[in-house]
Design a protein around this ligand. Sequence first.
Ligand SMILES: Cc1cc2nc3c(=O)[nH]c(=O)nc-3n(C[C@H](O)[C@H](O)[C@H](O)COP(=O)(O)OP(=O)(O)OC[C@H]3O[C@@H](n4cnc5c(N)ncnc54)[C@H](O)[C@@H]3O)c2cc1C
Length: 371
Amino acid sequence: MKPFDVQVRGSGIVGSAAALALSRLGLSVALSPPAAAAAPRGEDVRCYALNAASVALLESLKVWAALPADARTPVYDMRIEGDAGAASALHFSAWQQQVRELAWIVDAAALEAELASALRYAPHVVPGVEPASAALVVVAEGKASATRDQFGVTFERHDYGQRAIAARLRASEPHQGLARQWFRSPDVLALLPIDRPQPGHGLALVWSLPAECADALLALGDADFEAALMQATAGAAGELRLASARAAWPLALARAERVCGPGWVLIGDAAHLVHPLAGQGLNLGLADVATLARVIEGREPWRGLGDARLLERYARERDLPTQAMLGLTDGLLQLFSHPAPWAKELRNRGLTLVNAATPIKRWLTGRALGL
Ligand SMILES: Cc1cc2nc3c(=O)[nH]c(=O)nc-3n(C[C@H](O)[C@H](O)[C@H](O)COP(=O)(O)OP(=O)(O)OC[C@H]3O[C@@H](n4cnc5c(N)ncnc54)[C@H](O)[C@@H]3O)c2cc1C
């Protein structure tokens, strides 16, 4: 088989986006076949909160505009509550921050389908092949990457002992583009507006809890689960009904000790894993893709694609933003999961103070938007 410029291993959202972005530079890209061990999955019930930088990348790949209208919903307002309830709520609005929307909530299955369809028409991408050689191997195999292990890269993992339950809901009240989040001890619960399955009334649930609490909730029948949800949200979003199966993911924090070497790079969850409480894992992975494509496009004409110095530029650019996001999500989780009264007081005062400080809110919004 003829050598390819690039081999992308792993065809999740990050690997697919990388294959498209690199093929747009005129490079020939082989996209590896699905892992032999990959268990057949049902449709992903998750939604992703995507920031402006991720949306811009998907727009440039001609994937964003192709998404069905009900598969992407803008977030105009965001409300975060601590244990003190409404008294300490932090409120962000697109209007106040002078942006069109704070984020977009995107249906995971629809995004995967649009990326797969774009790949079918991408002129330089050959899907489902394992080439004999490629100048650059881009590893996008997710958190359990076998290729990363073959390269001898340590992926130190800190398990939170938590699981995130995801499901799609129908709410009696209209969502009005409002994302709600409750940060408490011991759970973090998010209700994100999404027009699928019901325009104006669909919500995506992400509920992170200690593993034993999550297992107990998963064991409940639908009606009991809905009752638990109503209790946890105090009816703030109206009456909530399940509109999908429930699925759960174990939660951990991890970072590869290095993300490149001669002829290879790590991107996405293969390089870093964060708690979903800030909805930033995929945003980090798509920022990896945008940076890698930019670094490769800007290389000197005599530099090969696998040149270690070239790939170091990618690693250097991604180092700080990745470290900052890992620190932020972990710090928030530690603060909000600490049961001590002083921690409760500190987080509730913190929310109230931030709510009153417009420049801090603007700064936080900018970070979350990827600006
Ligand atoms: C409940 C939950 C909610 C989340 N919400 C958000 C959110 O709102 N916003 C956000 O930005 N992020 C969110 N995330 C994080 C996001 O899901 C991940 O960061 C993102 O899916 C990572 O994508 P990836 O392509 O890097 O990895 P994966 O999605 O894991 O894809 C890796 C792919 O590689 C394949 N593969 C593995 N090994 C091999 C092999 N040897 N050969 C070939 N293929 C292989 C796998 O089968 C898979 O298809 C959330 C995560 C969870 C658990």
